[in-house]
Design a protein around this ligand. Structure first.
Ligand SMILES: CC(C)(COP(=O)(O)OP(=O)(O)OC[C@H]1O[C@@H](n2cnc3c(N)ncnc32)[C@H](O)[C@@H]1OP(=O)(O)O)[C@@H](O)C(=O)NCCC(=O)NCCS
Length: 167
């Protein structure tokens, strides 16, 4: 942990900073810059549309954006006899800039997210890890799940390969 980290929930006004991190992630993976001048506007629209059910944490180092993670909140169907439906979260888009990795920022953001889930009484938090990030999540109490089923997109209809479900 470091005092230099600042981890907070992001608002719509921080969309440009989050879009910058998203672009950095895609360009890191592509190992080149991506020419798409409309991306930031589409990102802004997505943030606005998602804000009712998705929380995003922005991590800063020395005041500058350095990482992000979000949680999509799934609210179960209301049922008679239960005033408030139970909820769970899907963790997605976890990214820390390469120059800030392995210094604890990711753990601090994950703590912020799981603290929120616990405080709100979420029944679980789900995610689809990359191979390399499994020990990182395990250290925060995540375990492999064997009671889910998945139907991948049928072959032949694949548009673009993505590294994980929530990416
Ligand atoms: C996963 C990630 C968000 C962790 O952030 P961080 O600030 O480096 O995290 P911390 O410093 O708190 O913890 C370091 C741990 O992260 C994991 N990690 C480090 N580099 C990683 C990488 N490139 N990809 C995945 N996990 C990584 C390791 O478990 C490491 O612990 P270790 O040194 O004991 O192996 C960050 O590494 C990252 O952005 N990776 C690339 C994108 C990604 O894989 N996202 C997650 C997809 S599920």
């Amino acid at each position: 942990m470091s005092d230099a980290f600042d981890v907070r929930l992001a608002g719509p006004e921080e969309a440009p900073l989050l879009a910058g991190l998203r672009r950095a992630w895609v360009e890191e993976t592509a190992m080149s810059s991506v020419d798409d001048p409309g991306f930031e506007e589409r990102f802004d629209e997505w943030m606005l549309k998602e804000r009712e059910q998705r929380l995003t944490w922005l991590g800063r180092v020395g005041g500058e954006p350095a990482g992000m993670v979000n949680m999509l909140i799934f609210t179960r169907m209301p049922r008679p006899g239960q005033e408030r439906p139970s909820r769970w979260g899907y963790l997605a888009n976890f990214y820390v800039l390469p120059e800030h990795r392995n210094s604890g920022l990711g753990t601090e953001m994950l703590d912020a997210l799981t603290d929120h889930a616990d405080a709100e009484g979420f029944v679980r938090v789900v995610l689809s890890p990359s191979e390399k990030s499994i020990p990182f999540y395990e250290r925060s109490g995540f375990r492999a799940a064997y009671d889910l089923m998945v139907r991948p997109q049928p072959t032949g209809r694949t548009q673009r390969r993505q590294s994980s479900w929530g990416s």
